[in-house]
Design a protein around this ligand. Structure first.
Ligand code: UD1
Ligand code: UDP
Length: 354
């Protein structure tokens, strides 16, 4: 059975690794990298560390306005699908690469499977929200990470082909967490010790592209006072440079984006994670590290309900309070993201539903 998997952005490399590993034990996979992310530290490093096979096609679409980027992907994916004639197209998450892959497939009447289906922020200013809704509504198989996602799909009338399989990022972390302990040297390189630093990431357009929100977040980071390790997404670096604030010699240590194993090492040992990333919120929960989410809402509501994730938006006072005063739960988080075998369940369904 032949599967074409479409990936293109950093979190999709992490999500695809476990599925690809299991699927390839018995079946053929053609891997398509759209080229949405292309810097060494945003792409190649993940393929090496996670042992993801070389893509069969790199569409080299690169950065650009949403319409052009998505349109170029659509046209180039269509060519690949016409040539490969797969049994399934598999897409992950909610990026422009996800939507382009799903659209290209349905227009050729090739069945589509969506991993991380049913997620909703109910915030229509996020490009991801449109990508998710549109992808879910044209997918034939919808692999949900949580019961909440299943319920949200049902509210939209989507019940056919919906399967609760757990979260592939949980599979990924279980597989890699010990490797991170063994192989990552980042704590030594940065002279960090467990619990003596915070970890931050920011890349949502509504935080990066709005100078007021970005400034608020960074001012809060300064006020927190403790060391904050901040691997900076390329989008964010550009906007910080335009802010006219000098963060050198402050408690904020800006570094280049780090590899997945380095990220896991940093996450495991941080006192608190400050982030607007979807994946990083979940990893904080998996690792039982408190998380303050720099957004007004989240798709991962279970983490908030459990008390391990606090929504602090871009509010200076709330961010500082989360870091310096908030009482975090004393009990370990409950497992709500499956049993670490999502990739096997996805493979089984793909095999049996065709
Ligand atoms: C994309 C996804 C987002 C996901 C994020 C993961 C969409 C609409 N957004 O956001 O859902 O959470 O990836 O990180 O699909 N750039 C580089 N080098 C790279 C990649 C990007 O310099 O390798 C810079 C470019 O200036 C580019 C900007 O980052 O314009 C944004 O990249 P893009 O892929 O459009 O969106 P992300 O913000 O990365
Ligand atoms: N990540 C990484 N290095 C970094 C920042 C993030 O390896 O410098 C990993 C992170 O551990 C998670 C994934 O990238 O597995 C999340 O991607 P990102 O935050 O870019 O996107 P989102 O999850 O918000 O879509």
């Amino acid at each position: 059975m032949k599967l074409v998997s479409i990936i293109g952005a950093r979190p999709q490399f992490v999500k695809a690794a476990p599925v690809s590993r299991v699927w390839r034990q018995a079946h053929t996979e053609i891997l398509v990298h759209t080229g949405q992310h292309y810097d060494e530290e945003m792409s190649a490093v993940f393929f090496r560390e996670l042992n993801i096979p070389e893509p069969d096609y790199n569409l080299e679409v690169g950065s650009g306005p949403h319409g052009r980027q998505t349109g170029q992907m659509l046209a180039r994916i269509e060519e690949v699908l016409l040539k490969e004639q797969p049994d399934w197209v598999l897409v992950y998450g909610d990026t422009n690469s996800t939507l382009a892959g799903a659209l290209a497939a349905v227009k050729l009447h090739i069945p589509v499977a969506h991993v991380e289906a049913g997620l909703r922020s109910f915030n229509r200013t996020m490009p991801e929200e449109h990508n998710r809704v549109l992808t879910d509504h044209c997918a034939d198989l919808l692999f949900c990470p949580t019961q909440t996602a299943v319920d949200w799909l049902a509210q939209e009338g989507v019940t056919q082909g919906v399967h609760l399989v757990g979260d592939v990022m949980y599979d990924a972390i279980l597989y890699n967490v010990d490797l991170a302990r063994q192989r990552s040297t980042i704590l030594t390189e940065l002279d960090l010790h467990a619990q003596n630093f915070l970890l931050a990431t920011i890349h949502r357009p509504y935080n990066t592209d709005d100078p007021k929100r970005l400034q608020n977040i960074l001012t809060a980071f300064l006020e927190i006072g403790s060391p904050i390790i901040f691997p900076v997404h390329p989008r964010t670096r550009r906007y910080i440079a335009a802010l006219d604030t000098d963060f050198d010699h402050s408690n904020i240590k800006m570094i280049a984006p780090v590899s997945y194993l380095d990220m896991l090492a940093l996450e495991q040992h941080a006192r608190l994670i400050l982030t607007d990333s979807g994946g990083v919120q979940k990893e904080a929960y998996f690792l039982a590290v408190p998380c303050a989410t720099l957004r007004p809402e989240t798709e991962w509501v279970e983490t908030v309900q459990a008390g391990w994730n606090l929504l602090v938006d871009a509010d200076l006072e709330q961010i500082v309070n989360a870091a310096n005063n908030h009482q975090w739960p004393s009990q370990s988080p409950q497992p709500v993201f499956g049993d670490g075998r999502a990739a096997e369940k996805i493979t089984d369904k793909l095999r049996n539903e065709n």
